[in-house]
Design a protein around this ligand. Structure first.
Ligand code: NAD
Length: 310
């Protein structure tokens, strides 16, 4: 599969590396306004192929993404001192207004996969600018938060995180919702499983896992300036699901169409991913408090999107 990546910084280049290690793509094209950096990443990542999987990694301009089946968007400008969130969003909107028509010109059949933050609002914006069917525009949404949630639960109960089914819903950000009610371990509700093994999920445990998920980005950025390995692997996983028409259930962002009272808002719930992008969306079992929190999270996003005029 051919994959284009626009924005070859920490996230874009790490997604390319994860795709090479996982054998997800046979051709990857990196595009960045910093062309020298994109070329350097392409060369460096190419050198991983003899020890992993065959793939051609190049850097270049938009004509090179012709025929790409997925284009990842990881470009963006960072916040200036004294700049408001809305001003930053406005500058990022300009980046996407320029980039999306060029992608659509050369790769009109591609599924667009958005990682740039604020990812839910940008995914909404990209859906509108591209005029693509909304199922073809996927935001990485809470895939990273879900990975953090699964990792921490797995650590607490001593089970591989791949065998923990747990979802973080809503905004990729402060208002996100950890759906404790629907957590299953090998099909068994988490509370039952944890009690069986003598590691009950007390409120203090929930509190520290909640904090661990919610504050992860702040801690990682404080320690090393950016987060990119987790999201790089998450992006590679989504591309794999598209490539294989897999029907994988992943928490990604998309304009919601079927969820009562939350239509037209771009946020994360578990969605079934296949070759056309989002095939369908699921509604996990939620407590009343979780449902209320998810509705509040959706309203935060509705407000942010309407402030931008999308
Ligand atoms: P980065 O600064 O390393 O990379 C951004 C790249 O975009 C830069 O190389 C820049 O040159 C490029 N760029 C800017 N304008 C461009 C344009 N018009 N065309 C092409 N390239 C352009 O930043 P990063 O750490 O890689 O993060 C990228 C984005 O991903 C940010 O918005 C960040 O907040 C987001 N992010 C998302 C998640 C998630 O879970 N969704 C996790 C981490 C980071």
């Amino acid at each position: 599969m051919k994959v284009g990546i626009v924005g070859a910084g920490f996230v874009g280049s790490t997604a390319a590396y994860a795709m090479v290690l996982g054998g997800v793509a046979s051709e990857i094209v990196l595009i960045d306004i910093n062309q020298a950096m994109a070329r350097a990443h392409a060369e460096d990542i190419q050198h991983a192929t003899p020890w992993s999987h065959s793939a051609w990694i190049t850097a270049g301009d938009y004509p090179k993404i012709a025929g790409a089946e997925v284009v990842i968007l990881a470009c963006g400008v960072s916040q200036r001192p004294d700049e408001t969130r809305l001003q930053l969003l406005g500058r990022n909107a300009k980046v996407f207004e320029e980039v999306i028509p060029r992608i659509m010109h050369y790769a009109p059949r591609a599924v667009l996969l958005v990682a740039s933050n604020p990812v839910d609002v940008i995914t909404h914006m990209v859906t509108r600018i591209s005029k693509l069917d909304q199922q073809r525009v996927i935001g990485s949404g809470t895939i990273l938060d879900t990975a953090r949630f699964r990792s921490l639960i797995g650590e607490h109960i001593g089970v591989a995180s791949r065998s923990v089914h747990a979802y973080v819903l809503g905004e990729h950000g402060d208002s996100e919702v950890l759906a404790w009610s629907s957590v299953r371990v090998g099909g068994v509700p988490l509370h039952e499983f944890a009690a069986q093994i003598g590691s009950p999920i007390r409120e203090t445990v929930k509190g520290s896992i909640d904090e661990g998920v919610r504050r992860a980005a702040y801690r990682i950025i404080k320690g090393k300036g950016a987060t990119y390995h987790g999201i790089g692997a998450g992006l590679a996983r989504i591309v794999q699901a598209v490539r294989d028409d897999e029907g994988a259930v992943l928490t990604v962002a998309s304009l919601s169409t079927r969820i009562k009272r939350l239509e037209g808002i771009c946020f994360s719930v578990p969605r079934v991913i296949g070759s056309s992008g989002v095939a369908s969306e699921l509604w996990p079992e939620l407590s009343e408090a979780e449902y209320e929190a998810l509705s509040r999270s959706a309203q935060v996003l509705r407000q942010a999107t309407s402030e931008l005029g999308y």
